[in-house]
Design a protein around this ligand. Structure first.
Ligand code: SAM
Length: 223
């Protein structure tokens, strides 16, 4: 039988990903979740996401379409141990957290800026995701070696010139069949040529580039 992950792998092998628009942040009613986790109120989460976007003067947050894509990747891959590098005020962490609610997984999100790290924690709480998303404040280069265990889903959205170094730090701790997704690989391609070279030529990765909203994400599956 083809699992969701097998379908993803098959599509990625041909460099094809189909992203369908969805109706709301979580659909019309709260989703059932494993382990008796409290579902979030979808309307409240949609309002919160819109509010984070409205306050995002530096335009740090991923686009809504990219957020939907991240949730879909988490849910379809069955990810359980997710890592985000560059959490800002929590927009992408909330989308990833909603995917993890359906898989029973957890996210550690790392944010360097102390003010943004506080907003991130507060927004995660408002989204009803504090049981799923752990915020770690500080420099991810220093914090990642302190985290326990491996990851099966990594989302990289820190400063673009650091991407190759972050990939090298995290790759040994990425599970086989784990996903490594990096943001802005289309609109900021010139700042991360070295990283793209590595993931696109790596013998143990299948990598494809998708661009739901023009910012672009590299999606790499560890073989
Ligand atoms: C583009 S924003 C992230 C946006 C976020 N993913 C979202 O969609 O809401 C990049 C963030 O990475 C953080 N950052 C950059 N370098 C970092 C590092 N070495 N460790 C932790 N955070 C870092 C910045 O402070 C900034 O808030």
């Amino acid at each position: 039988m083809f699992t969701c992950r097998a379908w993803f792998v098959a599509l990625a092998a041909f460099g094809v990903l189909i992203v369908l628009p969805e109706a709301s942040a979580q659909g019309s009613k709260p989703e059932a979740s494993p382990g008796g986790r409290k579902p979030s109120d979808p309307a409240a989460v949609s309002r919160l996401l819109a509010d984070i976007k409205a306050r995002d003067r530096g335009q740090l947050a991923v686009s809504e379409e990219d957020g939907r894509f991240l949730r879909l990747m988490v849910a379809s891959s069955g990810a359980k141990r997710a890592l985000e590098v560059g959490g800002a005020s929590g927009y992408s962490a909330i989308w990833i957290g909603m995917g993890l609610r359906s898989t029973g997984g957890r996210l550690v999100t790392l944010e360097y800026d102390p003010i943004r790290a506080k907003e991130l924690e507060e927004n995660v709480r408002k989204a009803g995701l504090s049981d799923i998303v752990q915020v770690v404040a500080g420099d991810a280069f220093a914090q990642i070696p302190r985290l326990q265990g491996n990851f099966d889903f990594v989302f990289l959205d820190a400063w673009k010139r650091d991407y190759k170094r972050f990939f090298e730090l995290v790759y040994p701790r990425l599970d086989r069949e784990g996903l490594f997704i990096a943001h802005n690989v289309v609109n900021k391609r010139s700042e991360m040529g070295d990283f793209l070279d590595v993931v696109q030529k790596h013998p143990s990765l299948w990598t494809t580039i998708v661009s739901p909203s023009g910012e672009g994400m590299s999606v790499s599956l560890k073989r």
